[in-house]
Design a protein around this ligand. Sequence first.
Ligand code: NAD
Ligand code: TYD
Length: 349
Amino acid sequence: MKKSILITGGAGFIGSHVVREFVTKYPAYQIINLDALTYAGNLENLKDIENRSNYTFVKGDITDAAHIFALFNEYKPDGVIHLAAESHVDRSITDPSAFVTTNVIGTVNLLNAAKEIWKDNYQGKRFHHVSTDEVYGALGDTGLFTEDTKYDPHSPYSASKASSDHFVRAYHDTYGLPIVLTNCSNNYGPNHFPEKLIPLCIHNILNNKSLPIYGDGKYTRDWLFVIDHAKAINLVFHKGKNGDSYNVGGFNEWQNIDLVKELCKQVDEKLGRPKGTSAKLITFVKDRPGHDLRYAIDASKINKELGYKPSVTFEEGLSKTIDWFLSNQAWLDNVTSGDYQKYYDKQYS
Ligand code: NAD
Ligand code: TYD
């Protein structure tokens, strides 16, 4: 019988790349994409694979426990790759409750359903929880997050993800549920919703709007190309050790201001504009409350144990990302119509 894998949040930014990775590489798996299609979910992200015979889309909300149980009974997944979440820090500052409901309660609903359906036999089963490096809190100017770094989340988003990580481990420790976790750094790439720094700046450059840099712009993030994250998830899902966590990152730290300047430079070159055109749009704005100074991942465990290495350099990944946005302006126009404008005005006015 075909192995069936349930991927949650597969219509979102990272989830759509994970779905594509599995649907195209594993014809012998049946991939079920469960997504509520919130503002961040978009089936356009999966147009190229939607008719594949090993792919099924189900619209559903992970906070609806009864529906989740019914789905697990219907599809009897052998594996779960859980990405569905509220994912934006700024939105978590405005409305923390939605993050608790989806990220914590939604995760527990999935764990309960997996535990129930797999209860007689855990053989060949796996619950892969996709999480973030933000659970570790903030670093100073030096040091890296390892898998042993103590959790110290600061934003409502990272607190909700930390809580969900703890629940996943608790189900392993208490009930023996087979699990793996990945904690990844900031992703960028095609299909990125333009509320996050990189796609927001690309969208604003194309519309000649200011590029809002929080505080002094010296905040630092480690950036990984989204397709390399999808490959890491594939590797850990298949080869990771039961019960273990793996940090995923690119050893690629950038201060926000330098990153946005690099982005401006590349966009100007691609559009044949004079040097410095886009950088003139950079505007320093009020800081994010509780803004974490620096995230940086030590990804040596996944490298040493599973042989993982990102496939592109940051310059290549950024170039591919800009090219994708330049060739998909209809996608960008579509996701920035309607409610996006209200969100943007409220967040940046
Ligand atoms: P996203 O916001 O782009 O997508 C989230 C997806 O989840 C959307 O398709 C949305 O419709 C769906 N969703 C939201 N609430 C749901 C619910 N209640 N029921 C079912 N589906 C629901 O997020 P993303 O950036 O693709 O992140 C995916 C996962 O990876 C998240 O768990 C996030 O915490 C984690 N992560 C993200 C990053 C990053 O840089 N974006 C880095 C590390 C980890
Ligand atoms: P973001 O893309 O929201 O990801 P995260 O908060 O998960 O790291 O932000 C990346 C960095 O960019 C972070 O330090 C906040 C900063 N930032 C800005 O300076 N301006 C913006 O408009 C946004 C959205 C983010």
